[in-house]
Write a protein that binds this ligand. Sequence first.
Ligand code: IMP
Ligand code: MG
Length: 166
Amino acid sequence: MAFSADQIRQRVRELGREITDSYPEGELLVLGLLKGSFIFVSDLVREIERPLQVDFLIVSSYGSETVSSGHVRLVYDPETRLEGKHILLVEDIVDSGRTLSRVINVLQERGPSSIEVCAMLDKHVSTFLPHPPKFVGFDAPDEFLVGYGLDHAENFRHLPYIASLQ
Ligand code: IMP
Ligand code: MG
């Protein structure tokens, strides 16, 4: 098992504290990238002790393959106003970083006052990311991981822990 439910719970609590401390004032919008971040977002926002709003974006990049194809599709745009808000994009796992770069470019045009990324897992595959995640749960091995929102062909998202597919 890569990360147990207990390890995840403890780390999410710490992340919540870090995020609480780094946003002193202003409107905060936590924007989860679906579907992978749905469990992480729901756990994370309950550990952030300041006013915030929650919304989601659907971005698809993988299909049922286990290797990034590099194609990113923005399926849904939130109607929520982004202008003047602090945006915290929440991603399940950063692999090539293409998904994030693409989404950040789109969101930046709407005039938020800041955009930061919180990723549950970071594979550190990419040597150059224009927007490296400011908050990271765990450094991930370069393996295909499932559970805690992460899927393989839509299976395993419900597992309370994170495990390697092998
Ligand atoms: P990137 O655009 O290459 O960074 O890919 C990021 C997206 O690919 C994530 O949001 C996941 O949906 C998916 N992904 C990347 N690595 C894994 C993995 O190990 N397990 C499950 N999904 C993954
Ligand atoms: Mg995803």
